[in-house]
Write a protein that binds this ligand. Structure first.
Ligand code: ADP
Ligand code: ASP
Ligand code: MG
Length: 418
């Protein structure tokens, strides 16, 4: 008998029919003798719908109220799942984040989990109940409802698994595992049987939405065994087959792991580029520009500063697309006047494409293969950034699919059709 945490994403919870299926699957695990905690997302489309209502009333709704609204999606799906489990003949109880409680800081819309009290959940499990806990939400020190950022139910599930020292955390979703890239963009993408924790961390941080980055961080910190698998297999497939399906996030770089130099390609449309043009090339410039941006709590990602001509240079960086307007405004009003720069130019039609692989550590020439592939497709690279196990480029958004497909092929990731 083991304590297992299941997480079901929005599509998997998308209708009462699908919720019934989830309940049947969970019942199968319980009847095999396991203790189950289930963390559902809101029904698909619901979080967008709720946030959309707020946007109808205000262009900049308060973050606290957004969390108050968005958190209801998971409350509904959790209650529905508990009912479906009861209808399957199981004892079940659902809790909102604040009832557990899952304690977070007060960073509304992107709160971080600080601690989870496991007493109530453990008592229910010991009493033979299936415990359903809302994904995506928690409660701050002042009793306010908080949410963990989009895709945050993954993080809830892994954090709950860590707090309960669960034997495994299974992330059930609408694809059957982690692929070499998003299979919706590249149909030739291959599912990986396992992926190293480090690579998963990079893939998630570079935009692969199959797991929220913080869930991977949590899994690493607390060594939570983590697997991504499909919720769309028939619920009654044998449990031992299901338990080995999908993709394992592995902490060991064992020989069995696919030893490709580049193991995956990630991309994101969530960034925007900002260029400060004609900046005097003197000490302290980066700080004058980015210091203000950081003070406004805006995350900066890729940064480049060009070689100066006649003592003037251009300084470019990317920010989350949602913060683009705010950053532009801030630079215009607070930075430009004191800086003696010519102007600030923004570009929201960019994307970032990244190749990831621990094999890149020991291989040279990988980045140049990337640049050649893009050049052969006539795609202009606007920015480049590298680390030990990844290379990212910023390009025009309209070339996203083309770039990802070309790179997928160039690095030998396309599935070989038998
Ligand atoms: P859920 O609602 O279950 O949390 P998400 O939509 O958040 O599901 O994440 C699953 C989606 O992630 C898939 O449908 C797929 O389009 C996307 N995705 C992006 N990159 C990858 C990848 N490398 N492997 C698998 N899926 C990926
Ligand atoms: N419902 C939330 C979202 O849509 C959390 C999640 O699905 O993980 O972002
Ligand atoms: Mg998700």
């Amino acid at each position: 008998m083991a304590l297992i945490v299941h997480k079901y994403g929005g599509t998997s919870m998308g209708s009462t029919e699908r919720i019934r299926n989830v309940a049947k699957r969970v019942a199968k695990w319980v009847r095999a003798g396991h203790q189950l905690v289930v963390v559902p997302s809101a029904m698909s489309g619901e979080t967008n719908r709720l946030l959309g209502l707020a946007k109808e009333l205000s262009e900049s709704p308060s973050a606290r109220e957004l969390d108050m609204i968005a958190a209801t999606g998971e409350q509904v799906s959790s209650g529905l799942l508990a009912i479906a489990l009861q209808a399957e003949g199981l004892e079940s109880v659902s809790y909102a984040g604040w009832q557990v409680p899952i304690k977070t800081n007060s960073a509304f819309t992107k709160a971080r989990i600080e601690s989870i009290d496991d007493a109530r959940v453990r008592a229910d499990l010991d009493a033979g109940k299936v415990v359903v806990i809302t994904g995506f939400q928690g409660v701050d020190p002042n009793g306010n409802v908080t949410t963990l950022g989009r895709g945050g139910s993954d993080t809830s599930a892994v954090a709950v698994a860590a707090a309960l020292k669960a034997a495994e955390c299974l992330i059930y979703t609408d694809v059957d595992g982690v692929y070499t890239t998003d299979p919706r963009v590249v149909p030739e993408a291959r599912r990986m049987h396992s992926i190293s924790f480090e690579e998963m961390l990079e893939m998630a941080s570079l935009g692969s939405k199959v797991l929220q980055i913080r869930s991977v961080e949590f899994a690493g910190k607390y060594r939570v065994p983590l697997r991504v698998l499909s919720s769309f297999t028939p619920w009654d497939i044998p449990l031992d087959v299901e338990a080995k399906s999908g993709t394992l996030i592995s902490f060991e770089e064992d020989e069995k792991m696919e030893q490709a130099v580049v193991s995956g390609i990630a991309f994101t449309r969530d960034e925007a580029k900002i260029t400060v043009v004609g900046v005097p090339d003197t000490p302290g410039i980066a700080y004058q520009i980015l210091g203000k941006v950081a003070d406004a709590n805006i995350d900066v990602d890729v940064i480049i500063q060009n070689v100066s001509h006649d003592g003037k240079t251009d300084f470019s960086f990317t920010v989350p697309r949602g913060d683009h307007a705010r950053t532009m405004e801030l630079l215009q009003s607070q930075v430009l006047p004191g800086l003696g720069a010519r102007e600030v130019v923004g570009d929201t039609k960019i994307c970032k494409v990244s190749i990831v692989g621990i094999g890149m550590r020991s291989h040279v020439g990988i980045a140049s293969t990337m640049f050649k592939t893009l050049s052969d497709e006539g795609i202009n690279i606007q920015m480049i950034t590298t680390s030990e196990i990844k290379t990212s480029v910023v390009i025009d958004e309209k070339y996203l699919e083309l770039a990802v497909r070309a790179l997928h092929k160039a690095f030998g990731l396309d599935e070989v059709k038998a």
